[in-house]
Design a protein around this ligand. Structure first.
Ligand code: DAT
Ligand code: MG
Length: 140
């Protein structure tokens, strides 16, 4: 397996509870390097653009509201097989389905406020990294 980069977010429900360090530590303990990181308060336009793939879903309004409700930490994680491994470490979208030891099992409040985002494929990882970071902000 190759070294990959993936895009990760620590969502407002988690930054509000001061879980930035605890969640980042779980990624680092899993062998990922945080090669870019910044704290942003998303505008509605940024949240709608980022989650445009979900715009027809019934939860879209709620999702955008929640992403604009406080600060988010946007990060690029680098490591072996990072895209799939990040999804494993995050756990299932709905915390009631998430496995023991995953971030969402430990910290998520609900399916909507589920503490973290991670890219789901190589194409989305590239797009999502480029949505939030310029090349000079990524120090691999
Ligand atoms: P994931 O974040 O695991 O990739 P997704 O891409 O299907 O999940 O959905 C994006 C986000 O939208 C998810 O993290 C939380 C929100 N969401 C998904 N399904 C939802 C639902 N049924 N009700 C409320 N929010 C939902
Ligand atoms: Mg998704």
């Amino acid at each position: 397996m190759a070294v990959e980069r993936t895009f990760s977010m620590i969502k407002p429900d988690a930054t509000r509870r001061n879980l930035t360090g605890a969640i980042t530590k779980m990624f680092e303990d899993a062998g990922f390097s945080v090669i870019a990181s910044k704290r942003v308060w998303m505008s509605r336009r940024e949240a709608e653009g980022f989650y445009a793939v979900h715009k027809e879903r019934p939860f879209f309004g709620e999702l955008v509201e929640s992403m604009c409700s406080g600060p988010t930490i946007v990060q690029v994680l680098q490591g072996e097989n990072a895209i799939a491994r990040n999804r494993e470490i995050m756990g299932a979208t709905n915390p009631s389905d998430a496995a023991e030891g995953t971030i969402r099992k430990a910290f998520a409040l609900s399916i909507g406020e589920n503490s973290v985002h991670g890219s789901d494929a190589p194409e989305t990882a590239s797009q999502e990294i480029a949505y939030w970071f310029s090349e000079t902000e990524i120090v691999g």
